[in-house]
Design a binder for this molecule. Structure first.
Ligand code: MTE
Length: 306
């Protein structure tokens, strides 16, 4: 019998009715209003991170999150991913684990999801282009998959690779970017409890435009680090290449931590436009997750390692 995932049963109407819940709710009442399972409620990690929003943060709507996207595999415009991704078929899906691991693996995503507890995580997403959203994701910590992968001690970084299917992804037939899209994290960033692989949002499976069926979410880094529709996870010794830092290394660094004190060469990163709002708001250091992640960079000059 097919197991029903929490991500499939959380009622969409509950989310919509509670759009403003973050203003007043404690971690417990937030979790209740999201109809989390009892198991998730007792999971300290997820309730802690669910509550990591500011009193000024409000969820973006499902409509906003699924129609204003960056996913160059389907075109460069914000509405291209939702308009041009209907041919993309994310089921079934195989994740390839390779590189510095005890044994390379191919994992069927549906089988993996039967074994893994799906959690709710509400995070800010801050794009390097200086717009932002608040998104209620479903997913699981990347560290869970790393455990299954059993990397060797020589593995210091992970590279992620998006699937290459030009017949289903029209942008890949054009030279918009070098394909496939690749990204990377240092191992301690990948193991941080905030880093998740997402399978859904607002209680729905991810739509193609949001990176179905599996995408990374690293909430303290600019959005382009959160690579979509991941096919390969490769454990490596040296800092791997990443698409935007290959294309324009002076504009996009490997780290790309949200940093309101380091401007993009062509625009300021001090403020941002929250989708759905009129006034710009200040950008928070590490996108507001300083307490959880600043220690990862304590001996690094963030002007140099942008
Ligand atoms: N992943 C792939 N494969 N291709 C892309 O073009 N765009 C990135 C990131 N992941 C992108 C990608 C950028 S720039 C951002 S801001 C986020 O996805 C946007 O995620 P969203 O559309 O779900 O909000």
């Amino acid at each position: 019998m097919k197991k029903i995932l929490p991500s499939e049963i959380t009622p969409y109407s509950t989310y919509l009715n509670r759009r403003k819940f973050v203003k007043t709710a404690s971690a417990f009442s937030i979790a209740t209003s999201l109809s989390l399972s009892a198991k998730a409620l007792h999971n300290n990690d997820s309730s802690k991170y669910i509550s990591k929003l500011d009193e000024n943060d409000e969820l973006n709507t499902y409509e906003e999150i699924t129609t204003y996207n960056n996913f160059y595999e389907f075109g460069m415009g914000k509405s291209d991913p939702s308009n041009n991704s209907s041919l993309f078929n994310p089921k079934p899906w195989t994740i390839k684990i390779e590189g510095l691991v005890e044994k390379p693996l191919e994992i069927n995503l549906e089988d993996l999801l039967k074994k893994i507890q799906i959690e709710d995580r509400i995070y800010r997403l801050r794009c390097v282009e200086a717009w932002s959203m608040v998104i209620p994701w479903q997913g699981f910590p990347l560290s869970e998959l790393i455990k299954i992968a059993s990397p060797l001690s020589s593995a210091k970084y992970i590279q992620f690779v998006t699937i290459f299917r030009p017949e289903e992804m029209p942008g890949q037939k054009r030279r918009l970017l070098p394909w496939p899209y690749v990204e990377g994290l240092r191992m301690d960033e990948a193991m941080n409890p905030l880093t998740i692989l997402s399978t859904g949002l607002y209680g729905h499976d991810l739509l193609n435009q949001n990176g179905a069926p599996l995408r990374l979410v690293v909430p303290w880094k600019y959005g382009f680090k959160s690579i979509k529709s991941i096919e390969t996870i490769r454990f490596v010794e040296k800092q791997p290449s990443a698409t935007w830092s290959m294309v324009a290394p002076n504009e996009y660094g490997f780290y790309s931590n949200v940093n309101n004190t380091v401007d993009h060469p062509r625009w300021s990163q001090a403020t941002e436009r929250r989708i759905g709002e009129f006034m710009r708001r200040p950008t928070l250091m590490f996108n507001g997750y300083e307490e959880e992640v600043a220690h990862l960079y304590k001996d690094m000059d963030l002007q140099t390692y942008y």
